[in-house]
Ligand binder design. Structure first.
Ligand SMILES: Cc1ncc(COP(=O)(O)O)c(C=O)c1O
Length: 329
């Protein structure tokens, strides 16, 4: 088949048909958008529902990143993904499940975190996922063990590919550049008005970085607001803008042209809804989860509840589009 007859596998490939990156679709695009009434007063609130995005045993925002990470791992010739997280990591589980479906092994370095019912259930899923698990009492201990884990998992002369927590490297962030282009298409076709603000939780930054780059690429004036829910490393606007720049650099290296520059002024982050630490439900996030349950939305208080608490507190310019990123099955 001549190249021009091959259907593009992404909106990014539609824009640059020669783009030298692969995407394996793991969910059904576009994820739906709809008006959300009765949750937050005094704002025109919309939701983009990422909670069903995924064709495997897991959905939500990790899947968008894996669509680009899985083929890139194959291109690099490695059969093993090595990544890290807490013992309740959603990211690690999605990596293990989708990686396994696509012939990749996953090695997980897990750090202890306070155990509640959710974390206990998540750990049981991780144990059943086929991933190789290594548990440590602290991040320091995991850091010390990481080189040994990498060397021990060399296969056929290939090192495992190290993916940072949350899959937030330049490759993973492409998933949310694609999502931003999807939102732009939905605006163009009249499914929703151009959002003035898109609100998401920030756990490792790839979602916000990809969105900020994607909106600029698409020529939307939409600004990203990220409610930071992780206090393990800095996730302010300059950090997110740097990740967006690394993502743009990767696109340029692989054949994309005329990429915009994302600067810290293009987005805003705040940790006012974090609570005492990462993973800690706050009264405000718990209240939003309960309110959402009354509307038939199943959320959790660590990411989505905190993003909604931000929308409740801040008078963002509307229309506001909230990303529902919570995706267990
Ligand atoms: C449900 C949910 N929402 C949002 C996020 C934030 O995404 P990111 O890690 O790309 O900042 C995460 C992951 O950290 C998540 O699990």
């Amino acid at each position: 088949m001549p190249l021009t007859d091959v259907p593009p596998t992404s909106l990014l490939h539609q824009r640059w048909p020669g783009l030298d990156l692969d995407r394996v679709p793991l969910g059904t695009s576009p994820s739906p958008v709809r008006r959300l009434e009765g949750l937050v007063d005094g704002v025109e609130l919309w939701v983009k529902d990422e909670s069903r995005y995924g064709d495997g045993a897991w959905a939500g925002n990790k899947v968008r990143k894996l669509e680009w990470i899985i083929p890139e791992a194959k291109r690099r010739g490695t059969g093993t993904l090595f990544t890290v997280g807490g013992i309740g990591t959603h990211w690690g589980l999605a990596c293990a499940l989708y990686g396994r479906e696509h012939g990749l092994r996953t090695v997980l370095g897990l750090v202890d975190q306070p155990v509640d019912d959710h974390v206990r259930a998540q750990l049981a899923r991780l144990e059943a996922s086929g991933a190789q698990l290594h548990r440590y009492a602290s991040v320091r201990q995991l850091r010390r063990a990481a080189p040994w884990l990498i060397v021990r998992n060399v296969r056929r002369g290939r090192l495992p590919w190290y993916l940072p927590a949350g899959g937030s490297n330049a490759v993973g962030s492409l998933g949310y550049v694609e999502t931003a282009l999807e939102i732009a298409d939905q605006v163009r076709s009249g499914e929703l008005p151009e959002p003035a603000t898109v609100v998401t939780a920030i756990g490792s930054g790839g979602t916000a970085a990809g969105l900020a780059l994607g909106f600029k690429l698409a020529g939307l004036r939409t600004r990203v607001f990220g409610a930071v829910v992780n206090d393990s490393f800095p996730l302010d606007a300059p950090v997110i803008a740097r990740l967006a720049t690394r993502t743009a650099t990767l696109l340029a290296e692989r054949g994309a042209r005329d990429l915009p520059q994302v600067t810290p002024d293009d987005l805003e982050t705040a940790d006012d809804w974090l609570g005492s630490t990462y993973g800690d439900p706050t009264p405000a996030s718990t209240a939003m989860v309960e309110k959402a349950a009354g509307l038939g939305l199943e959320l959790e208080p660590v990411y989505t509840g905190k993003a909604l608490a931000a929308i409740e507190d801040v008078r963002f310019p509307g229309p506001v589009l909230w990303l529902n990123t919570h995706g267990p099955r």
